[in-house]
Design a protein around this ligand. Sequence first.
Ligand SMILES: [Fe+2]
Length: 203
Amino acid sequence: KMARVFLFLGLLLGLTHQISGQSLELPALPYDYSALEPSIDETTMMLHHMGHHKAYLATLNQALAALRAESKTKHLAKMGIDTLLQHLDEVPEALRTAVRNGGGGFVNHDLFWKSLAPEGSPQNAEPRGNSPLGKAIARDFGSLLELQNAFNTAAAKVFGSGWAWVVVDNASGKLSVMSTPNQDTPGSTRGVSVLFGLDVWEH
Ligand SMILES: [Fe+2]
């Protein structure tokens, strides 16, 4: 019960911190907070959406406001967060960690919520063997079970905070499993797009 009171206070504080129309906003979950029970309970979902995801966003918005305030870095604030994460080396050192962790945490969680679906919903189904995804899984892993095993192994090896991922190579279309430390996001440097991710530390 106490946790919920803190969550509510956090939400109120978060609302008062909305800076301007230029700030990014926290996207709503595509389902209810309790929709993933019993796999992820309602309190955990509320904590990670209204707590962690919102905090990453606040860090990112603060960094974006600082970039916007300087003529030399204004263009960086306009690129969109996915592109900005691919240009971290151009971000002034004083703001780089905030963009990397706040921006990474923001986009990673956005991907995470969108890649989960309640049990029994049409989105929660194994890919058909004859679908493009089903064929790619068979080609690159042998079977869905082997993909799950490789994914679980990658997740178990994450030391401290980090993510396990199923990614697709942008050039070849090949699927693979990988992990990143902290809130680093694979799309930022590695020429891949994310299909699925798991926040190992927080969930
Ligand atoms: Fe999380």
